[in-house]
Design a protein around this ligand. Structure first.
Ligand code: PEP
Ligand code: NA
Ligand code: MN
Length: 604
């Protein structure tokens, strides 16, 4: 069968109505791409999703019929289970395809030809008997020069359902743009599924990122971090495109902080897992995004859009006291929610750690569950998995920023890099300038391994820009890109580092709610309204300014001896950090020479 007449080929898979939907998009390359997948994967039928209410309902219904999702007491809430071996991103099998399999330190690469051959084999007939969904999405606001486009092909109704919640459906944009439209292509199959509905061949799980083809292939997995194309798979393609065109795709939230006279200043923030990213986003005054940012230089100004309109968040320990905003959305029967890998109890209610009440008999990520159930090693099985998640529209947030859909994006006043550091970094620190911040805060971002025993000084792990897991190029090249990006700016955002985890005698020096104080200080700094003390590692706040902000924001007296403990520059710790980080970068290609100069200067 030939791809020369893709519509004729597609007519053998699609009903007339769905073929017409494809014909509406006058883009022969797209028809060929879809036909090629169908030709190899051999689905029983193709469903072309236009994002209409009928299509959304159908996809949801199919997810329930396929047992990819289960109903709960609330019609708008469903539960998905990934199975015990498919509960997180698979780093080992997620590989960047490079011609010749070029080795890049810290990046998991693989030979492109060998990778595409392997994928071809794994996809052969993989969708037989199944329905293939084709969906079209925007990766950013409609009619924005900052936005990208993506096509998702999948045999999982759960993946399509997730994307309908998390992204803006772009069918009509594809129709309007026709042939000129450039898109990322995501091809996924859950593979054969067992009697529980879990992917059966997880040992053949593969997530291959083809930079040259602007495509990602994912097979034998269901976990959203591995399968939902526009989430972390698109991030790799976007980073690569940005690298070539000099703009930034970042693993950052975008939030607004209110200042004098009610003005809003926007900050983007990158934090490795477990360092306070979500809680910072939720404590800010407005939220544009909780996870991803696309940042361009527009007329000399850094402007950011959120490519998403939903959250795929960790639900473990979300409770009414600490996370009132998220919690209230998750228990709101009229909000559409997909819960994944929580406990679905016999009475049709869901339970996760943090939800009031006791977990009762039901099913979870490992099958049937009852209190006290043990695994084959005699270890108790948790009712809800630590990486259990919720998928929900960001539009339910009461603090949603009104500019979420602004095609111009929001102006970025500051970048924040947040790590978990028990012993060295002060709660907040401002870089001397862009390059100093990029090098000593972004590229040098570390976090204490979260498994570290409390009280013990943990092992520090480098996670530059909190994006290491999603980086398709060397982190040296990514740093050089940030230097290049600055050349396009008339005024660059200020750069800050934050650390909520500084401890003394095993006790945290800052309280959880203090986060708002550091944000407000940064906001004032951006407008030249707060003082700072110059130290060898950057600017720190004055005691007087912080005392004033603590009183105003939290009605709390800020003691001078606490200030001294928090903001004493721990020289030894900084020197050790520079040494650790420089050692790693000295092995990484494309690291700009200036990186080492700035680190040397810092040491001096
Ligand atoms: C994930 O881990 O599955 C994921 C989507 O990324 P993150 O760790 O940023 O939530
Ligand atoms: Na490597
Ligand atoms: Mn993330």
């Amino acid at each position: 069968e030939s791809l020369e007449d893709p519509l004729r080929l597609l007519a053998t898979f699609c009903s007339e109505e769905h073929l017409d939907r494809l014909k509406e998009i006058k883009n022969p390359r797209l028809w060929r791409d879809i036909a090629e997948v169908a030709l190899v994967a051999r689905p029983a039928s193709i469903y072309v999703n236009t994002g209409s209410d009928e299509d959304k309902d159908y996809i949801r219904k199919r997810a329930l019929e396929n047992r990819e999702e289960y109903p709960t007491v609330h019609p708008m809430h469903t539960v998905h289970f990934d199975g015990p071996k498919d509960l997180a991103r698979d780093k080992g099998n997620t590989r960047i395809l490079y011609p010749g399999g070029r080795q890049v330190p810290l990046i998991n690469t693989f030979d492109r030809d060998a990778g595409l051959t392997e994928i071809g084999k794994l996809f052969r007939g993989v969708m037989s008997g199944k329905e293939m969904f084709v969906s079209f999405y925007l990766y950013g606001p409609r009619y924005s020069k900052l936005s990208l486009y993506g096509v998702q092909i999948t045999d999982s109704a759960y993946v399509a359902h997730s994307e309908e919640i998390l992204y803006r459906n772009g069918y009509r944009d594809f129709v309007e743009k026709g042939e000129e439209l450039e898109y990322m292509l995501f091809i996924h199959s859950a593979g054969e599924r067992d009697e529980n509905g879990w992917s059966k061949n997880v040992e053949n799980r593969r997530i291959f990122i083809d930079l040259e083809g602007n495509s990602v292939y994912s097979v034998n997995t269901q976990y959203a971090g591995n399968t939902v194309g526009l989430k972390k798979l698109a991030l790799r393609l976007a980073v690569y495109k940005g690298y070539r065109e000099v703009w930034l795709a970042e693993h950052m939230f975008i939030v607004g902080v209110k200042g004098r006279g009610g003005r809003i200043s926007y900050f983007t923030g990158a934090y490795p897992a477990g360092c306070g990213k979500t809680s910072t986003a939720m404590i800010a005054d407005t939220v544009v995004g909780d996870d991803l940012a696309i940042i361009h230089a527009v007329n000399g100004e850094a402007r950011a859009v959120n490519p998403e309109v939903g959250m795929f968040g960790i639900i473990d320990d979300v409770n009414p006291r600490d996370d009132p905003e998220i919690y209230s959305i998750l228990v709101n029967p009229s909000a559409e929610v997909i819960f994944s890998n929580v406990l679905l109890m016999e009475d049709g209610n869901v339970w996760w750690r943090g939800k009031p009440g006791e977990p009762k008999k039901g099913i979870n990520y490992a099958g049937e569950w009852w209190p006290g159930k043990k695994d084959e090693n005699g270890k108790e099985i948790l009712p809800s998995h630590p990486n259990a998640r919720f998928t929900v529209s960001i539009r339910h947030l009461s603090k949603l920023d009104p500019r979420i859909d602004d095609p111009e994006g929001v102006p970025v006043s500051g970048f924040i890099f947040g790590g978990r550091d028990p012993s060295t970094l002060p709660p907040v620190l401002e870089a001397f300038d862009w390059k100093h911040g990029i090098v000593t805060m972004g590229a040098s971002l570390e976090s204490e391994r979260t498994a570290a025993v409390l009280g013990q000084v943990g092992v520090m792990e480098l996670n530059p820009y909190a994006i290491l897991d999603f980086l398709p190029i060397s982190v040296g090249a990514f740093t050089a890109l940030h230097f290049e990006f600055e050349k396009k700016l008339a005024r660059s955002p200020k750069i800050f580092s934050v650390n909520y985890f500084l401890r003394e005698d095993g006790k945290f020096l800052a309280e959880k709610r203090d986060k708002i104080v550091w944000l407000k200080w940064m906001e004032q700094r951006v407008h030249g309204e707060a003082q700072a003390i110059e130290t060898p590692v950057g600017y720190i706040p004055t005691y007087e300014d912080l005392r004033e902000i603590f009183a105003r924001e939290l009605g709390k007296e800020f003691k001078e001896d606490l200030y001294e403990k928090m903001f004493t520059i721990r020289v030894k710790g900084f020197l050790e950090k520079i040494e650790r980080v420089t050692k790693i970068y000295s092995t990484i290609p494309d690291t700009p020479r200036e990186f080492f100069e700035i680190m040397d200067k810092q040491t001096q």
